[in-house]
Each structure stands twice: as C-alpha cells, then as structure tokens.
Design a protein around this ligand. Structure first.
Ligand code: PEP
Ligand code: MG
Length: 761
C-alpha cells in the first residue's frame, strides 16, 4: 500500500488531532509491519516532548511520558533533527526506556524528526521486537509521513489555540517568535531558565556572566541640570573623553598584536570621532546650556545618530553602531567608572556582530558573543570563527530578556543560548564543553595526516583566510594551501586605499606561510556586505544585488590593476592563482581578464613569473548555467556557495530571519554544484569550493563524492572535516550520487547522506 496516499485519506477523514494521530500510528505500524508506532510532540510550554499517540506501547503512558529534547534516542532525533535507525536500541549510547510504556521488549528502532522549516515539532517513531534493519525506503517513507503529518498537527494546534486562548496563548507566542523557548524553571533559586535559539555562527561553548555591548542600561536623565556649575561638568566630559581615548588606543594596540597591524585600523572611526574638535565643542555647548555631563553626552550623540537616520545600509549601520558604542563608553566613564572592564571572561550580548566588535572582544578576552542580528556567513561571524570566539547570532528579541551580570550559556555549536541556567543545565554544558575541548585536542593531532577516506581517496583541504591570524591557523591546522584569500579587510577598514607596497607586505605572509602550497588570491570583492567608504555606494536599496564586486572594479580599473600588480610582485618567481569573484557573463570575464593581463604586463620587473593561473568564482545561478563556456576561458573554478545559496534561494546571508531558507542541502543548490563540477571537469580544469558549506563534515563528504578537487574552508574546521573523511568510504556515496541528488527535498537528502556515510563507517 502507498502509505502517504492512505495517510492523506486519514487526514481528510479525522475529526480531531487526537483521532488523526491515533489513525496515523495504526496505519503506519500496520503498513510498515512494526510492533509499535508512536508520535511525540514538542510542547511549546516547557519545551518537552510528550507521547501524544501510540500503537503498541502501553496506552496508559499516553500524555504522561515526557522527555527533553536531547534526552534518549527520540530526544536526539528532535534536538539534532535527524533520523536514527538502530537494530538494537539498547546498545545505543543514548538509550533509555520508560518502564510505563513497556518498551523494553522492543529492539529495533527508527525515529524521524517532524519539523516545519527548521523548527522542531516532534518525532515519529517505529519499534519492533525483532532486530530488524530498516531499509532506506522505509526511512524515506517515514520522513514523508512526518512531513505530511507536521502541517496538519500545526494547523490543529493553531485552531485549538485560537479556540482556547487560556492554554493556547503560549503556543501563539511560540509561533510568533519560534526561536524563543521557555525552559524548565530553576527550582533552587526560583528564577526561570530560558532557552533561545539563533544561528550557530562560531563553534565552542561559553559559560559566563552577561555583559552588554552597544546598549547602555542605566537610565540617563536626559535633562539633568549641571546645577549652575558648568566647569565641573565640562571637566567630567573631558575626563571621560580622555579615558575613552585611552581605552580605544589600548584595544587598538592589543589588536595589533593579536591580529597584525591592518586590523587595528578597525577602530579608526572611533578615533576620528574622539579626536574631532567639533564633538568636543558640541559637548561643551550642551553643558554650557545647563546640562550635566551625562545628559550632554546623551543629547549630542542622539543628534549624531539621528543625522545618520534610520539607515538600512550596512556600512552606515556599522558607523551608527560605532557612534552608539562611543556614547556608551563615555557614559560608562561618567556614570559608572570602569564599566568596560568587565568584558574579560564574560559573554557579550550585542545588537550586531561587526568586525570591530569581534576584534575588540577577542583582545579583551570575552568568552563568547550573542547578537540579535546577523547570520552565519556575515563578516563578523566569519571573523569570530577565524578567531575562535564562540558566537550565536540572529537571536531575535533576546536583549529585552537579559540583565547584565546574570549567568548565561552560549553554545556556538548548536546556536542555543541559555539564560539563567539551572544548576543541572550548567553541569550538562560544562561536561559538553570538556568534551568539545578533548575532541579539539584529539583532532589537532591529525594535522599532518591526509584527509584520506578508508577506501583510499584523498581530498586536499585548503584554507579560506582573510587575516594574518587565519594564515597562522591555516598552517597550524594542516591546510595544504590557501584556496581563497579574501583581500577585502585592509580595504574595508580605512578611508584610503592601501598602497601596492602595503598590499604586497600583507599578501607576502601567505606566500611565506605556504612556501610550496597552492595560493589563490581573490580580486577585491567589495560592495554588498563588504563596504568601502569611497567606492561602494551607501544609498542602494539592495546593495547585495547592486553595484558591487567585479562590476564595480571594472569601472575602477586602476584599483583592480594595482592589486594584481601587488599579487604578481609579491609572488616573484612563483605561480599563483588569481581568483575573480561574482562573474555573471563571458563579457565580464573577458574584460576582467584583459585588465589582469595588462596589469601583469605592466609589472616592471623581468624576474617575475607572468603566467599565473586565472580562476573564477561560481557564485551566481547565471554562472552555473554558462559554466561550460566560462570554464574554457580559465584555469580553475571555485564555487562560492555562500553567495550561490543566497542568490539561488533568495535568502539574504546577513538576515538571521531567513537563514533557515539558505539551506545547503536544497536539491537545487546541490544539483547546481554538481553541474558546475561536471562543466569544469569537462573543460579539463579543477573545481574547488570555497563557501562555508565545505566546513560541514557531511557536506564536505558529499562534495568529495561529487569529485570536487580541493575544497577550501575556515582553518578551524579543517581537522573536523579531515576526521570525518578519514572514517568513511567515499566510493559508495560517489556511486549513488545520482540517486541522492534526485531526491526532491533537502530533509531527504540530508538523511540519505547521513545514512550512506554511517553505512560505510
Ligand atoms: C562565497 O560567496 O561562497 C564566498 C566564498 O565568498 P564570500 O563569502 O567572501 O562572499
Ligand atoms: Mg561570495
């Protein structure tokens, strides 16, 4: 029988959710020939999984058995949103049984998650007394059933909530902002533990005190008078300015040591403002008009902020954030001396994750970052990953719920943030953190080992870098070269352009660190989310689709050529790769190549190599379509999946709210990658992949199976990917690649990859 078809009939006929679930579990158990079928639903209130329907377990347990996501095998199915199939459940490390259900007699277990987008709703589980091995078809069938059921369950709950506001409010609140989950109350101190979910932007677990950044909590009396003593208040303003200047300079110096000099300039707009005589004058004027020091700061900065208006442009937003930051620092010194000192050993909560914030927090020894805005591939997030600071971004509404000084946990692995954790939760996370640290040190030992699968296939792993500190990490974690050198940072953080000599000095570090490996410098990819105050436009409605990247550089050939000359000069006799971003057409490529060739020809040094490898990034769906033609014009391709996903699925990579839509497992994305690889290989050139997706072990294995030549990834992810590759056979997955990519939904693809890899371990 076709179960999904039968289930559709059941759905049509069932008068209520409970009847529907009952009919479903009967149907599934009968048709799949299992002894048990149960549905567990995640309750918004309390966020526990509750047994909602069963065929085969003791019915007295219905509604009574509850478990936390992450607890038992079913809890893992839900918390990790993946199917688990085992022949003998009692051998699974997370096995636990509930005596009231009588389930200890059942051996084989198959559970699949029920989810809407990435929001978990529950799980559907089948069990049998025999030790049977569930087939791939069975797993897929259960996935299809879960997908069918989940919409109906959610609709029924919604209607129930509307009919019964008393019990339904919580559910409605959950629907409005599903990221927010209210956890168990901490019985020991009477304070509620609250769990939020955001983007797992940078791995690692931080456990510590909360400190705010970019928001000053204590209320400022905006009209407080100086009591007729302007001289004293002026003095307070001046002292605060001086102390703040000292703070910023100190951070800058520390940042120089930590990240090499170019990044210290990140604080240039702070310094410019602090040294701006007009700012000082405005503050003094406000005091002279009768305000006290704090009120004067508040008023002057409010005016500055309002001058920037309600900007949507990200560059201006960052400047507005710099201004807010300065205001908070000044008020910190006026109202509460040393307010900024607490960052060390704390978790910093802020609105956005700007590169300057990340650098500063690293320097100050913050444990982690939690922000309301930002996705996984925004530049602040990339930087946090590069610097090894755990970060969770895009946690909407969390700032309104936190108080500085409280405890929190930020899990950058899963994107979970726990506020006011209960003692039990703290212990759980401390153990997890220890485990993560132990795994890290085990993985670091793989540095000199190749990423060789158990069936002997070798995947060379290259590194994505943009900072000198990442180059050091790339060496440390055993990268074989640099697949993507993002050259934008030195350009983004200053008003002028770095000279050719300055650029050469920066690029030289890559060549010295990898005397033999591949080095691929990318031509400036400014615009979109990477701003330059002079040449990118701040007034575009949609800068990501705007005047950016290679479009912009073709209009500024001098900048492009100067950069290419810097590459060539610094490479000397060595052959390097020059990577062109955002190509959308052959015309564009031709023009870019002409300029590159001219620049190389113009280098005034007979000893330098001039025959460099020219490659292009496949980041636009248009480029995928013409990949075969493009491939004939270049020496290599590199697939930029961060942008390819963003443009294919219309999911802004900076917008946390749509990040679940930017799904790398989407069949459209994976099929495009496959076609690109085939097009490149058809033209006899290598194809790399330098988007973040290569840093996810299962996806890296899939890329490997699709015969990508040399993926390039965040240095810190190299050991994890290496470890994953070294545990599996790749050829069986390669043989099945057509089947995998023919699956119509990302959930099915994700499950299938997992299953194929598990099978070959
Ligand atoms: C990409 O788009 O995948 C990429 C690697 O480039 P960036 O992240 O720098 O835009
Ligand atoms: Mg890109």
């Amino acid at each position: 029988m076709n179960i999904p078809h039968a289930l559709a009939q059941v759905i049509r006929r069932s008068p209520s959710l409970s009847k529907l679930l009952e009919a479903t579990v009967e149907l599934v158990a009968r048709e799949m020939g299992t002894d048990v079928c149960s549905v567990y639903l995640l309750e918004p209130a309390g966020r526990r999984l509750r047994l909602a329907a069963t065929h085969g377990l003791d019915r007295r347990a219905l509604g009574k058995v509850t478990l936390e996501p992450g607890e038992g095998i079913t809890g893992i199915v839900v918390s990790e949103m993946r199917a688990i199939a085992v022949e003998d459940a009692s051998k699974h490390p997370s096995y636990r049984y509930f005596p009231e259900t009588g389930e200890e007699q059942f051996h084989s277990y198959l559970g699949v998650p029920m989810a809407i987008r990435n929001r978990p709703v529950g799980a559907i589980v089948v069990q049998s007394t025999d030790r049977r091995r569930f087939t791939r078809d069975e797993i897929e069938t259960l996935h299809t059933i879960a997908a069918q059921l989940v919409g109906v369950v959610e609709n029924a709950r919604l209607i129930d909530a509307l009919d019964h506001p008393d019990r339904g409010n919580r559910y409605l609140e959950e629907l409005r902002s599903w990221r927010r989950e209210t956890g168990q109350r901490d019985s020991e101190n009477g304070e509620g533990e609250v769990v939020y979910h955001g983007n797992a932007a940078s791995p690692g677990i931080a456990i510590g005190r909360i400190v705010f950044r970019g928001r000053y909590d204590p209320p400022v009396d905006t009209r407080a008078s100086n009591g007729g003593d302007p001289a004293r208040e002026r003095e307070r303003v001046d002292v605060a300015m001086e102390k703040t200047l000292g703070d910023v300079q100190r951070i800058q110096e520390a940042a120089e040591k930590e990240t090499d000099e170019e990044h210290a300039l990140i604080f240039s707009s702070h310094l410019l403002l602090l040294n701006d005589p007009t700012l000082e004058m405005r503050l003094h004027e406000a005091v002279d008009e009768g305000l006290d020091a704090a009120a004067a700061v508040d008023r002057v900065f409010a005016t500055l902020e309002s001058q920037l208006g309600n900007v949507t442009d990200a560059y201006l937003q960052e400047r507005a954030e710099d201004i807010r930051d300065l205001r908070d620092r000044l008020l910190g010194h006026i109202l509460e001396a040393g307010a900024q000192e607490r960052i060390a050993q704390s978790i910093v909560f802020a609105h956005g994750i700007s590169p300057s914030l990340v650098v500063e927090l690293k320097v100050q020894g913050a444990l982690g970052i939690v922000t309301e805005r930002g996705g996984m591939t925004s530049h602040g997030a990339l930087l946090a990953r590069a610097m090894g600071i755990p970060a969770v971004t895009g946690v909407e509404g969390i700032l309104a719920d936190v108080h500085s000084g409280e405890d929190a946990i930020a899990d950058g692995q899963t994107g979970t943030v726990v506020l006011r954790p209960a003692p039990r939760t703290l212990v759980r996370y401390q153990k997890k953190a220890e485990k993560v640290a132990a795994t890290r040190s085990r993985l670091e030992k793989l540095r000199d080992e190749p990423a060789r699968s158990t069936d002997g296939e070798v995947l060379p792993l290259l590194a994505n870098v943009s900072l000198a500190s990442e180059i050091r990490e790339a060496v440390f974690y055993g990268a074989e070269g640099i697949g993507l050198y993002r050259t934008e940072f030195p350009f983004m953080i200053r008003e002028d352009f770095p000279t050719r000599e300055e650029q050469s000095r920066i690029y030289r570090r890559a060549l010295t660190a990898f005397p033999d490996g591949v080095i691929q410098f990318r031509i400036l990819d400014l615009g979109g989310d990477k701003y330059h105050p002079r040449i990118t436009r701040a007034d575009e409605l949609n800068p990501v689709l705007g005047y950016r990247s290679i479009r912009l550089l073709l209009d500024h050939p001098k900048i492009l050529k100067e950069q290419v000359r810097a590459f060539v000069q610094v490479a000397g006799r060595r052959r390097i790769g020059i990577l062109i971003p955002m190509i959308s057409s052959l015309e564009e490529l031709r023009r870019a190549r002409e300029l590159i060739a001219e620049a190389i020809g113009e280098v005034d040094d007979d000893t330098v190599e001039r025959d460099h490898r020219i490659g292009l990034m496949i980041e636009l769906p248009a480029a995928v379509e013409i990949a075969a033609e493009l491939s004939r014009q270049v020496d290599f391709l590199s697939i930029g999946t961060n942008d390819l996903i963003q443009f294919t699925l219309a999911a802004d990579r900076e917008n946390a709210r749509v990040s679940p839509f930017g799904d790398p497992y989407h069949p459209a994305v994976l099929r495009m990658i496959r076609r690109t690889i085939e097009a490149g290989h058809g033209a006899g050139i290598p194809v790399g992949c330098c988007g973040e997706m290569a840093a996810t072990p299962d996806l890296a294995a899939l890329l490997f199976a699709m015969e990508v030549d040399n993926p390039s990834l965040t240095p810190r992810a190299i050991p994890t990917v290496k470890d994953a590759v070294r545990r599996v056979r790749i050829l069986p997955l390669r043989k099945k690649i057509d089947e995998v990519l023919a699956l119509p939904e990302s959930g099915l693809i994700r499950a299938r990859i997992r299953e194929e890899l598990e099978r070959t371990k």
